[in-house]
Ligand binder design. Sequence first.
Ligand code: ASP
Length: 305
Amino acid sequence: MERVTVFEPVGRPAVLVHGGAWAIPAPEHGAHLDGCRAAADAGWAVLAAGGSALDAAVAAVVVMEDDPTYDAGRGSFLNRDGAVEMDAAVMRGEDLAFGAVASVRRVRNAVHVARAVLESGEATLVAGAGAERFAWSVGIERIDPSWLVVERERERYDAACARGAPTFTETFGDTVGAVAVDASGRVAAAGSTGGTPFKLPGRVGDTPIAGAGLLADDTAGAAAATGHGERILKTGLCRDALWRLDAMPLDASIAAALERLRRRADGRAGMIVVTPDGKLAAGYNTPAMAHAYRAAGMPTAVAAL
Ligand code: ASP
């Protein structure tokens, strides 16, 4: 069943983040909520200072990449080789500017590289070693990839090796994302992920694909998704939800896109959406999705699962 929440009329500016949609175990609830709250507060700080929606979405995602709780940046799931490979993307609704990276290993914040790709105007999606070389060439720090690996994920990987099977069905959906709208109704989206546990080396999910893992268009809104990447890709989840807004209300659009994902691709996912007039909504057909939002008049971000 789809669960969709439209938050109180919050107005502009506003920021909404997610920290993954899956059966988040109870002992991990606190860390997931705290991280989302901190991310929404970071995004809000940018907006409150007059910053752009894109800067706010990136600032929020960086906080969650640096938080080892999530499958993004440090703390990411390990692939079948026991290595972290990250995908990330950013999109600006004003001019549909888009930047993304796939399968990067030797950078701390993949979302910074995606942002640099957007700014470069030279490409929209850059992968692997070429993306890393591009990142270093624009001054993004080169790191030892072992810094991204945490004990929890090393143990998950060892257990998967011992069983000879991935843990995909238990733990998909710990990706992070953010959407924001500035005071004048310009929207943006950002997302970052280590992908799925025990994934094939080189596997790329929905996160760096416009229309699937995220979309930002000032004529409709901004959306960011998390969940079964291969299936989100097939139905173009974020585009599906935003394009329905011409014909139906926000909550119905999200529910219909998630319902189609489940019906046509047997997919489970969560998504967050902001509209140019400052409506915020979160929806998922998984057991839970960690999320948080902040807008004018709120002393701190409000988080929920
Ligand atoms: N959608 C992501 C991927 O397939 C996984 C997630 O949402 O955590 O790479």
